[in-house]
Design a protein around this ligand. Structure first.
Ligand SMILES: C[S@@+](CC[C@H](N)C(=O)[O-])C[C@H]1O[C@@H](n2cnc3c(N)ncnc32)[C@H](O)[C@@H]1O
Length: 228
């Protein structure tokens, strides 16, 4: 019998086989036809745009698609840290980034983002990315994002920036509604009540500068700077 606490389905699902199909199922099919937010035209350029000058942390790495595609953007970044609760995802993303030609050291941290980061990461990062993580986390957005930003902001420099994307809860098309039902039932998503306004409110609580949250299809894209 194992004494390890069970990992929540929002992270437990990210094992080898799921990671191999993730790009096709999520980034190609679902983003195009269910969430109506193009990986190539919207999410990848957005991911690349805000990578900081010296130190970047990617939280919730999944298959590492964005990291690998943005590898040239990290060429000058002295510290790149990957954070995830799923060890397989960290390993998979790191290997993919190295295959994509990333030469510098990559740190990995198996970590639940609801809990405090190690003190060694205090005030370390220029930027942190959180792509497609909030809609997976259990709980109401006002509460889960509040808890996560409270932790993430401790790792940022005074003028540091957090950015990311998350799938909102309402008014989905036929394919989106089917996927929402399946994923919410399985606990892979917990986003039925997630709204743009709720996200903006929590961002304003934790950051001095918050860009207007942009919604493309059913995906909210956020950028906030200067942790309070
Ligand atoms: C949907 S994937 C997103 C992957 C990638 N960022 C993307 O946009 O394609 C969500 C990721 O968040 C991770 N995750 C879920 N819950 C977490 C938690 N509590 N702490 C840290 N990572 C978590 C999962 O293991 C998974 O790698």
């Amino acid at each position: 019998m194992s004494s390890e606490p069970a990992i929540h389905p929002s992270a437990a699902i990210y094992t080898g086989i799921v990671l191999r199909f993730y790009d096709f199922v999520v980034l190609q099919f679902s983003n195009a036809f269910a969430w109506c937010c193009s990986t190539q035209d919207v999410l990848l350029p957005f991911f690349r745009e805000y990578v900081g000058a010296q130190a970047h942390m990617d939280i919730g790495v999944g298959s590492g698609y964005y990291l690998a595609a943005a590898a040239p953007n990290f060429a000058e970044v002295e510290n790149l840290t990957l954070v995830d609760l799923a060890p397989d995802a960290l390993q998979y993303a790191k290997a993919r980034l190295q295959t994509a030609g990333h030469k510098r050291d990559i740190e990995t941290l198996t970590h639940d983002i609801f809990t405090p980061f190690p003190k060694t990461l205090d005030g370390r990062f220029d930027s942190a990315s959180l792509f497609y993580v909030f809609h997976c986390l259990p709980g109401r957005l006002s509460e889960k994002a509040d808890r996560v930003f409270a932790q993430v902001k401790t790792t940022l420099k005074a003028d540091g920036l957090v950015y990311g994307a998350t799938i909102l809860g309402q008014n989905h098309n036929w394919i989106g509604s089917r996927l929402m039902n399946i994923y919410n039932k399985k606990g892979v998503f917990s986003n039925r009540e997630d709204t743009k306004e709720g996200l903006e409110q929590v961002l304003r609580k934790h950051f001095a500068e918050v860009d207007d949250v942009k919604v493309v299809g059913k995906v909210a894209l956020f950028v906030a700077r200067k942790p309070i």
